[in-house]
Design a protein around this ligand. Structure first.
Ligand code: MF3
Ligand code: CO
Length: 290
């Protein structure tokens, strides 16, 4: 950890002297690191100004998802959702973060039924009665990023699918209860995994969440099958997503060979996911995008 001199400006950009700002904070992190834990780099800790700008980005992201909630229905194609997301995001001054991200061809991910995540919108995919679909929106506003996703039940959905969707949403609440400064990401991961197992479902292991804010995907990679007291330390100003993918059956998956993006459940059973973006605060957390 690189530290300024006591009388130099703090690394956080507050303009205050280090000794009046993050000096105790750094000492506390170092003690925890000495006990063998993983601590976040200073570059992952957001200051007030950055948080304000990320919240502006999230305002757009939330509004776009609200727009989708209002208009989604049986009979439309997922390409239609992609157009809504593109148009609404751009209208509000943002850019959809997925567009051209590592070659991703569309503005949003739309993942239906047995698709776990990274479904690519298409004119050929038409939403039908009984489908469950995840719409995953991410916004870049002037280099500040937001990311959240919601599930939608199309028309009459079977009880077992509804329950899966509900459990995936409840998993966020269960995880949030573990988000606090000086706790560990593993506290959250274990709580979510224990909860999902108790429902008879499984949590996907290979894909997880991520740090976010100044980049679309920042360190760390976040697992939801981790162990209490392990993984990265959470500190005020640290921001990440909670987005466990919940399978009705087994956790195993495979990747679409043609598009290289979409992940499917190996057993063909449905999968559900909700995603929120969370900031760790001095006394707990704040939800930034949902
Ligand atoms: N929103 C997805 C996530 O939660 C983004 C996947 S990358 C994309 O990380 F290119 F597919 F959009
Ligand atoms: Co995400």
């Amino acid at each position: 950890m690189k530290k300024p001199g006591r009388n130099d400006a703090c690394w956080c950009g507050s303009g205050k002297k280090y000794k009046k700002c993050h000096i105790d904070f750094d000492e506390r992190m170092e003690e925890i690191e000495a006990q063998g834990h993983i601590i976040p780099d200073h570059s992952l800790i957001k200051n007030k100004e950055q948080i304000e700008k990320i919240k502006e980005s999230a305002k757009i992201n939330i509004a776009v998802l609200d727009y989708v909630s209002k208009h989604i229905r049986a009979g439309i194609s997922t390409a239609e959702i992609d157009r809504w997301v593109y148009e609404q995001t751009v209208k509000m001054g943002g850019v959809p973060a997925p567009l051209n991200y590592q070659g991703f061809p569309k503005s949003v991910c739309t993942s239906i039924n047995n698709e776990i995540c990274h479904g690519i919108p298409s004119e050929d995919i038409i939403l039908k009665d009984g489908d469950i679909v995840n719409v995953d929106c991410s916004t870049n506003l002037n280099g500040y990023f937001s990311d959240s996703s919601r599930m939608f039940c199309i028309g009459e959905v079977s009880d077992d699918r509804k329950k899966l969707v509900e459990a995936a949403k409840q998993a966020l609440e269960v995880g949030l209860k573990q988000v606090r400064p000086w706790g560990f990401l593993g506290d959250m991961g274990q709580a979510i995994n224990d909860f999902i197992k108790s429902k008879g479902y499984s949590v996907v292991r290979e894909v997880g969440g991520h740090g976010i804010g100044l980049e679309f995907h920042e360190d760390p990679w976040v697992s939801y099958v981790s162990t209490k007291g392990t993984e990265m330390l959470m500190v005020p100003g640290f921001m990440f997503t909670i987005e466990p993918m919940i399978n009705m059956g087994k956790p195993d998956l495979y990747t679409d060979e043609e598009n290289g993006w979409t992940l499917y459940t190996k057993d063909g059973l449905p999968s559900a996911q909700w995603e929120i973006q969370v900031l760790v605060t001095e006394d707990g957390y704040e939800i930034i995008s949902y």
